[in-house]
Ligand binder design. Structure first.
Ligand code: MG
Length: 367
């Protein structure tokens, strides 16, 4: 089987509500998504999506994906998409780094492999574990009362895991947010606190030690590995690393130095399902718990996340994520949030179909 044509689509995904991160340092109003189809000489087509969370969250941006594909796509024509590992090796030689650019291609290869095998991707990625996977809500930064209001809103939609975005220039306000949300946490609920790298170690250590009586965990408190390790060693809370885990070497180091008990694997950030699965499997082998998410997108990205999360044993997965419910354009049909949970489709392959009216004409075609 050979790839015969690669089509690239761009779709704007306006957020239903403006979204603040990192103590109000970063604001987001729309996402720029890229959807990619791989056609083959066997008549099977695979799809994948890549969508950075704006341009300020990570070193990646929507136009970057499409520029990178200009380099990569012509070199992929004629190759067999049923071997995603080899396609990844080829892409890494052709364009070192830039994992987020390669993610939609990798996901489309998995989609084709699943269709050929007649199996949903979760079966190929480790087998279906348990029922619907909890989705972590994304609680925008605000006053303690505003943030509790957001949590209550998500609760009515069935969400039981909440990622509360805190951080900023006022450590006292962060202590108040943490205590207020924790005091109103319901039995069986998880509320964790995501800093998105906004603290310096001195603030992180001060705030976390003021709430050391609470059984909560914190995500990516500081920017660098060394800063986060310093914080982990001076505090008692479990730490989740997110933005700082870009490749397997980062994860191996985090494990060997005891920097994190939890890793947030964002499928696009690490380059797609092939590399995300390797990292998930490392976590399973070393007792690290996983959050499995993406950096943005519609139901197509959410579906890839759902498959990897569904194939992760329940004891090791804290939550998945869905972005489609946060945006006002439906770019695909696939796995979606039901009562705050997501379930990987049973259909062969990815099991997500683009909404062609939303995509319009391709912005580039390589054949
Ligand atoms: Mg995070």
């Amino acid at each position: 089987m050979k790839i015969t044509r690669i089509s690239v689509y761009q779709v704007d995904l306006p957020l239903k509500k403006p979204y603040w991160l990192s103590g109000g340092r970063l604001k987001f109003e729309r996402l720029d998504s890229t959807m990619v189809s791989l056609e083959t000489d066997a008549g099977i087509t695979g799809w994948g999506e890549g969508c950075p969370w704006g341009v300020t969250y990570l070193p990646g941006f929507g136009r970057g994906i499409r520029a990178g594909l200009e380099e990569l796509a012509p070199q992929l024509i004629g190759h067999d998409p049923r071997v995603p590992a080899q396609i990844n090796q080829m892409m890494d030689v052709a364009l070192p780094g830039h994992p987020y650019i390669k993610a939609p291609v990798d996901i489309a290869c998995w989609d084709i492999l699943g269709q050929v095998a007649g199996l949903p991707l979760c079966d190929l990625l480790g087998g279906r574990h348990g029922g619907p996977v909890p989705i972590a809500s994304s609680v925008s930064t605000g006053t303690p009362e505003e943030m509790l209001g957001f949590v209550e809103d998500f609760r009515t939609q069935g969400y039981r895991v909440h990622s509360a975005k805190i951080g900023g220039s006022d450590p006292g306000l962060d202590v108040a947010r943490i205590r207020h949300l924790n005091a109103h946490q319901e039995p069986g609920e998880v509320i964790f606190f995501d800093l998105n790298r906004s603290w310096l170690p001195a603030d992180a250590i001060a705030v976390m030690n003021q709430v050391r009586d609470l059984g909560v965990f914190f995500e990516q408190p500081c920017e660098t590995f060394e800063e986060n390790l310093k914080v982990r060693r001076a505090t008692s809370h479990p730490i989740s690393l997110d933005e700082g885990i870009k490749e397997m070497a980062d994860l191996v180091r985090a494990n060997s130095e005891g920097a994190a008990e939890i890793i947030n694997i964002k499928v696009s950030r690490v380059g797609g399902l092939t590399k995300a699965r390797q990292m998930r499997d490392f976590c399973l082998s070393t007792g690290i718990k996983c959050l499995i998410m993406d950096t943005g997108g519609g139901a197509m990205s959410d579906t890839a996340v759902a498959h990897l999360a569904q194939s992760t044993p329940e004891a090791s997965r804290i939550a998945a994520w869905d972005c489609a419910s946060m945006v006002s354009v439906a770019s695909a049909n696939g796995a979606s949030a039901v009562d705050g949970h997501i379930t990987a489709p049973e259909t062969p392959g990815l099991g997500a179909a683009p909404v062609m009216d939303a995509l319009g004409d391709p912005v580039a075609v390589y054949a």
